[in-house]
Write a protein that binds this ligand. Structure first.
Ligand code: AMP
Length: 506
């Protein structure tokens, strides 16, 4: 038996692995596919020597580097389950994840070792090693001390490859268990859907503790034998300078809004690029249009989540429709249903999005009841996202089910109100939330980011009056300098709801 995921990596290896770059970093370091094989072998030996056994978790909270990618692949080769943690998590938050996942080994930044070692010890890990942004630390040293030959531990398609904790914008984080085939099947699907080949060079500026940067981006590159320009973080100027050497970029919407502020973003600057994808948060149709006008490229928007990998994508060859996330990927079944009854709704009607396929995770770590509650008896996963399929089959995401506002018994989809407000002159963006309200249950409330000459509260309300049914119009419009966002650019409506919870009280 092979190691299911790493067998895919081996299958697509270039004929001469030392002749093709896998990762190039801005400091000029280049790692070839041969380096990847050697380094992941050394790390896998080091993990095994540190006591990591097949099925054990290896948790890592480290800055982005080529080495962390190698550690991820080494964990899979050793049969372990990789558990990346957001670098922004505090010691208290890390304690929760380590207590919950009980990893055998925890790898952290050397600067945080003193604070985190007691946390890891309390959680019962057998060791704490370190790795910094430059790829140095006791984990790397342990790898240096080992040989590079390693016999991959056999893993079936259903064996766990990773646990990724959900971002927890609606409650406590849950560990999504992803199997070797969840990752391998989705990587294969995306290589085909987005036509990746060994000639591709991907600009990678996403974090690698999240599904987008780690699986969508890294795995697609590995499964096509392509290369990546690996940036520690979003740096619009640097991305622009790299574009003449690249062919594709995967980003969250913030990448595109930031790049649009660069005077150098022109058709000529992007002439060598063949693909720009966006996901993890909604891309405004205005951003899509502005990008097209400036560069001639239509951004390809896709939809997925930690629990499902990628589920839908706008077409590579067909029309990429702004404000939609396209069609289900070839091996994904998708339906939109009445959340209460589970019955399919008519085309164009809004309902709960449910998906089924080899992309869908194995359940939440040690939460069988929570897992059972989010799967239908026929195996469809209830995503928690509301959406509709239009007459042409394109899926539109309306928002998280938990963000739906129920006011005076009427449903208000925040996106519909946000779209109207965002179209107003002088408005940069908005977030519409429901806040506790004695009469209505929830009061529709808009938080607006305006420009200097933007409208005031009365102006926004007057503008909306003729455009939206009365029950959809905000009761109050608040103004902010910006909206709270997480590392993936998602607006944190839970934070807004907490901040303004008392608005209608008293
Ligand atoms: P995460 O698990 O952090 O990847 O978050 C997944 C959630 O992000 C989904 O359930 C959606 O609510 C949202 N999301 C992902 N891609 C898109 C998209 N293209 N448009 C709108 N929302 C998206």
């Amino acid at each position: 038996m092979t190691n299911h995921f790493f067998a895919l990596v081996r299958e697509t290896l270039p004929a001469d692995p030392s002749a093709r770059i896998l990762i190039e970093t801005p400091d000029g370091r280049r790692c070839t596919y041969a380096d990847m094989l050697a380094r992941t072998g050394a790390y896998a030996n080091a993990l095994t020597a540190a006591g990591v056994k097949p099925g054990d978790r290896v948790a890592a909270q480290v800055e982005k580097s080529a080495e962390i990618v190698f550690l991820y692949l080494a964990a899979l080769r050793a049969g372990a389950v990789f558990l990346p943690l957001n670098t922004a998590y505090t010691a208290g938050e890390v304690a929760y994840f380590l207590d919950d996942a009980e990893p055998a080994l925890f790898v952290c930044d050397p600067a945080k070792r003193e604070a985190l070692a007691p946390v890891a010890e309390k959680a019962g890990t057998c060791g704490v090693l370190t790795l910094d942004a430059a790829g140095h630390g006791t984990m790397a040293e342990a790898a240096d001390a080992h040989g590079t030959d390693f016999a991959d531990v056999a893993r079936t398609p259903d064996d766990l490859a990773a646990i990724l904790y959900t971002s927890g914008t609606t409650g406590r984080s849950k560990g999504a268990m992803l199997s070797h085939d969840n990752l391998a099947s989705n990587a294969r699907t995306l290589v085909d859907a987005w036509r990746f080949t060994p000639d591709d060079v991907l600009i990678h500026a996403l974090p690698v503790f999240h599904t987008h940067g780690l699986f969508v981006a890294v795995n697609t590159v590995l499964a096509s034998g392509a290369s990546m320009l690996f940036l520690p973080k979003l740096d619009a100027g640097l991305i622009l300078r790299l574009m003449p050497r690249a062919s594709a970029m995967m980003g969250v919407p913030t990448f595109y809004t930031r790049l649009l502020k660069e005077a150098g973003l022109t058709e000529a600057a992007t002439a060598r690029m063949r693909l720009f994808t966006s996901g993890s948060a909604p891309l405004l149709p205005e951003t899509h249009a502005a990008w097209r006008a400036r560069t001639g490229h239509a951004i390809l928007e896709r939809y997925g989540m930690t629990e499902t990998n990628m589920s839908t994508s706008n077409p590579y060859a067909g029309e990429r429709v702004a404000g939609t996330v396209g069609f289900p990927l070839p091996d994904v079944a998708l339906r939109v249903v009445d959340p209460d009854t589970g019955a399919a709704v008519a085309p164009e009607a809004v309902g709960m999005i449910e998906v089924k396929g080899p992309n869908v995770f194995k359940g939440y770590w040690r939460l069988p009841e929570k897992t059972a509650a989010e799967f239908r008896p026929d195996g469809f996963f209830v995503t928690g996202d509301l959406g509709k399929v239009d007459a042409r089959g394109y899926l539109h995401i309306v928002g998280r089910g938990k963000d739906l506002i129920i006011t005076g018994g009427f449903n208000v989809y925040p996106k519909e109100v946000e779209a109207e407000i965002d179209a107003m002159p002088g408005v940069v963006e908005s977030a519409v939330i429901g806040l506790p309200h004695a009469d209505f249950g929830e009061g529709v409330t808009a938080v607006v980011v305006g420009s200097d000459d933007g409208p005031d509260e009365a102006g926004v309300l007057a503008y909306l009056a003729g455009r939206l049914a009365r029950f959809k119009c905000p009761k109050r419009v608040l103004f902010a300098d910006d909206l709270p966002r997480n590392a993936m650019g998602k607006v944190q409506k839970n934070v807004l709801r907490e901040t303004h919870a008392a608005l209608y009280r008293g």
